[in-house]
Every structure is written in structure tokens, then in C-alpha cells.
Design a protein around this ligand. Structure first.
Ligand code: ADP
Length: 346
């Protein structure tokens, strides 16, 4: 459970052990709870920097650059393991330091094949590092868009490939559901692939939204402009109610993203239009060629009453039937009336 009551506002201030030191790691010691256990910085596996080798930049993250690198389990080991290293620049605010630590705490407690694997941290000095498994295939949304059929080339993917991606994410979500962890931002952009090629595994890899609710100023920061409205159910954007059923709704939107090969949901609609559409019962249309069995699961995820939405365990059962159904597996992939470039990303 995300116990934001336990560590937000004045309580967060109390939680901060102020020590005369310039190290954030002794100055700020936020607690985090997962599966009924409290965790803090001292539970994080510290990796000696000498065992890491950064190779190239992968992209810009919320804090700093993310690098591809190699990790040696012991100095002198011949084998190196490919890793991704999230960095926190030296000149970061105290808030960024705390957020970065919270992200490490969150990732460190997961243990599931469809959630990015945490390896360790280098928090002894600057720049601080979070070391995680390398997911070399990039994010799911970009992968889907790159896999669209072109005039001179059919899509390299089959319906079965798409279903496997969906099932991978559902398995990660089921694990979070079992551990009462609410993700709050399930979307194709937040899932990464081990590889683009066959045998790819999709993993949930971004926990930014779950991390941010631990901020003392969460409710003052950004407001609705920061929220992934198009992936949120009405009770979340209207009343701020977040449960596992929030993630179930978002998962339905992710299914729609996958089945449309990376279309922007509610293309051309602004967030406020989507809020009024969805509140009055409007829903995303089935993507072109989407098997009705799969669209049926999406609409179940979008039930107006959160309690009527299926659990991830039930979603996986239904996806299992779809995997066995020749009518689903043999369905052609979506085709496009207009080129992707004319698609407005709003
Ligand atoms: P953000 O702060 O925007 O959520 P991240 O810090 O998660 O972004 O990641 C920034 C960039 O690094 C993205 O391009 C993402 O695809 C890449 N990245 C993040 N984690 C990994 C990983 N484990 N393996 C490979 N690339 C990653």
C-alpha cells in the first residue's frame, strides 16, 4: 500500500532525521512500505562505483541522464552484465534527492519478471546512481509505432506478438495488485522491452507517478496539467480516488494503445474534452481490426463503477482464452486510413 498519510505533510518533516552532514542520505530518511514491510535507505544494496562502467547515454530522465553500462559483480570478474544507470546530477535540489531515493526504494522491493529488476545504488557520493537491468528494446509505444505496416512492408508483428505484450504487462500489474501497490500511470510509454526482436519481454519500468505522491508538496505541485488524464478513470480525475481499479482502467487504455499500434488515445481531444466525454459515458472506439473478444476486455476495464472492473487475475484468465482462440490469433493487424505523421499527439 502506498501509505502517503504515513509520510506526507508534517509527518514527513518528523521523518527527516536532521544530522549535521551534507549527505542527503543521513539528512533525509523517508520510509516506504511494500508488502507490509517498512524499507529505508539502509536496506538498499550499495554497489562500489569501481564495479560500474558507463558506456553511453540512453536518454534524459526526470532527474538526469540515463546511461547504458556494465556491472561487475566483483572487481576482477571477467563477466560484465549490461545495466542501465539512472543518474542524479550533483547540483540537485533536496527535493530531487528525496525523489531519487524514493524511486530506488520503490524499485528495490519488486521481484517479478515483468517489472524492471533493481540491482543496486551508488549513494555514497555525487553523482548518485540507481542501477537497474538494461531494457535495450526501448519503450512499448515507440516500438508499436515503428512496427506499423508501411506501403512497402507489412508489419513485422502478428496478433500473437501484440497479445504477448499485453499479457506481459497484465502479469506485472497482477503482481502489483497482489502487493497492494497502485502504479497510477500504467501506459505504453512507461513499459520497456528487453529487445525489439522475437522473444521480447515487456516490463513495467517507470514509477514516477507512484514516487511523486510521496512528496510533501504533491497536492500543490503542477495540478491537473501533470496528470495522465487520458489513462485515468472518472473517480481519479474527479475525486482523486486511486485504487488498483484505477490501474485496471489504465490497463484497458494500454490495451487500446497496443491494438492500435501506438495511437494516441482520444486523438485530437484535449484533456478537458476527454474528461467530459468519459464522465458522460463516452469510451474509446475499438481500434481497426481489433478482435471483439479483446475490445470486450477493454470495455470491462472501463466500467464506470470501479468495483465492477475485473481484477488483473481475471483479466489474465480472459487474455488466456483469447490466446487460445484462433479467431483472435488469426485476426489481421490494424491498417491505417492516414499516415501516422498526420496523427496529432494531443
Ligand atoms: P522519465 O524520467 O522521463 O520517466 P526515465 O528516467 O525513466 O524517464 O528514462 C529516461 C530514458 O532512459 C528513457 O528514454 C528510457 O527509455 C530510458 N531508460 C530508462 N530505464 C531504462 C532501462 N532500464 N533500460 C534501458 N533504457 C532505460
Amino acid at each position: 500500500i502506498l501509505r502517503r498519510q504515513a509520510i506526507s505533510g508534517p509527518d514527513l518533516q518528523l521523518n527527516r532525521l536532521r544530522v549535521a552532514s551534507d549527505s542527503m542520505m543521513t539528512e533525509y530518511n523517508p520510509n516506504y512500505e511494500f508488502g507490509g514491510n517498512a524499507i529505508s535507505i539502509k536496506d538498499l544494496k550499495e554497489i562500489p562505483r569501481e564495479q560500474l562502467r558507463l558506456v553511453k547515454a540512453l536518454g534524459q530522465g526526470a532527474f538526469g541522464e540515463v546511461y547504458q553500462g556494465f556491472f561487475r559483480h566483483r572487481i576482477g570478474d571477467a563477466v560484465e552484465m549490461p545495466v542501465a544507470v539512472k543518474t542524479l546530477p550533483e547540483l540537485s535540489s533536496t527535493q530531487a534527492e528525496t525523489d531519487f531515493l524514493m524511486e530506488a526504494l520503490i524499485m528495490s522491493k519488486f521481484n517479478h519478471p515483468n517489472i524492471v529488476h533493481f540491482i543496486g545504488v551508488c549513494f555514497d557520493k555525487h553523482p548518485r546512481f540507481i542501477v537497474i537491468e538494461l531494457l535495450a528494446g526501448g519503450d512499448l509505444k515507440t516500438f508499436l509505432r515503428e512496427s506499423r505496416p508501411k506501403p512497402d512492408r507489412a508489419s513485422p508483428l502478428t496478433m500473437k506478438d501484440l497479445l504477448i505484450c499485453i499479457v506481459d504487462v497484465a502479469k506485472g500489474c497482477k503482481y502489483m495488485e497482489e502487493n497492494r501497490f497502485i502504479h497510477r500511470d500504467i501506459a505504453a510509454r512507461n513499459c520497456l522491452l528487453t529487445t525489439k526482436g522475437p522473444g521480447r519481454v515487456v516490463k513495467i519500468a517507470d514509477f514516477g507517478m507512484a514516487r511523486d505522491i510521496y512528496r510533501a508538496d504533491y497536492y500543490r505541485k503542477g495540478g491537473k496539467a501533470m496528470l495522465p488524464i487520458k489513462w485515468m478513470p472518472p473517480e481519479a480525475f474527479l475525486d482523486g480516488i486511486f485504487t488498483t481499479k484505477t490501474d485496471v482502467w489504465s490497463f484497458g487504455v494500454l490495451m487500446w494503445e497496443v491494438m492500435s499500434l501506438g495511437y494516441m488515445p482520444y486523438t485530437g481531444c484535449a484533456n478537458r474534452e476527454v474528461m467530459s466525454l468519459v464522465t458522460s459515458g463516452g469510451r474509446l472506439e475499438p481500434p481497426t481490426n481489433c478482435p471483439p473478444q479483446l475490445y470486450a476486455i477493454m470495455t470491462q476495464c472501463w466500467h464506470p463503477n470501479p468495483e465492477e472492473r475485473p481484477s488483473f487475475s481475471l483479466i489474465l484468465e480472459r487474455l488466456g482464452y483469447c490466446m487460445q482462440d484462433p479467431d483472435v490469433i488469426r485476426a489481421p493487424l490494424p491498417v491505417y486510413a492516414k499516415p501516422p505523421s498526420s496523427e496529432r499527439d494531443t
